[in-house]
Design a protein around this ligand. Sequence first.
Ligand code: HEC
Length: 213
Amino acid sequence: MKRKYLNTLSKLTIVAVVISITSCKEKNGLAPEYMPDMYRSPSIETYVDYGELRGKQGDEQLKNKMTARQPVEGTIPRGYIPYGYENTAEGYILAGENLKNPIPYTEEIGKKGKELYGMFCVHCHGKTGQGDGILVEREKFPPLPVKFKEGLDISEGKMFHTITYGKGLMGSHSSQLNQNERWELVHYIRTDFMKENPNKIVEEVTQEAESIQ
Ligand code: HEC
């Protein structure tokens, strides 16, 4: 009885060994895959490019199974407002001539502008806007050619354009600040550093709005 049992066991062992040896043949020089579905799920997945399926790289239909698709050309992300002026010298001049701050000035807006200035601008432009921020003080950045002061001849459109794209050694801030925040900063620079009368700015905005209507 025991002998018979051992016999069966050794036969089973031999079968198992044969199966394991023969089933592990390499195909096309690649190691075999046990249950390939576990490596490459047949279900549709967000970012898996089924075009990578072994041996079927060129299969367009498989490639198109990916659920996350490239947005259609010209798609605008939610909440993003496109900016119509190009990053060129002409774009700068045009923005300077045509762009007006669309946000009515309030004290609250001024405060928000000040906060943003402290986060994104003060290290270069300095606390008083004289281009003597901490980076300049520590000689990590050359003195700034622009000082925010009364009578500074830079229109708000130009300021907005510069904050959007950058200018000279100043980098673009469009990825950190949305359009509203950029306009808030323009308000802050004009009222706080350039000592422009906020009421005058309010008047300008109202006149502009009326002329559009
Ligand atoms: C890395 C340093 C740096 C930072 C940070 C920086 N700026 Fe500037 N900024 C400059 C330099 C340099 C110039 C002068 C550019 C030129 O005319 O070559 C400049 C110019 C300007 C001008 C004048 C624009 C014009 O059209 O001539 C404005 C307005 C301005 N910056 C606003 C800001 C605001 C607002 C922030 C924060 C969001 C900011 N900057 C952050 C370095 C910086």
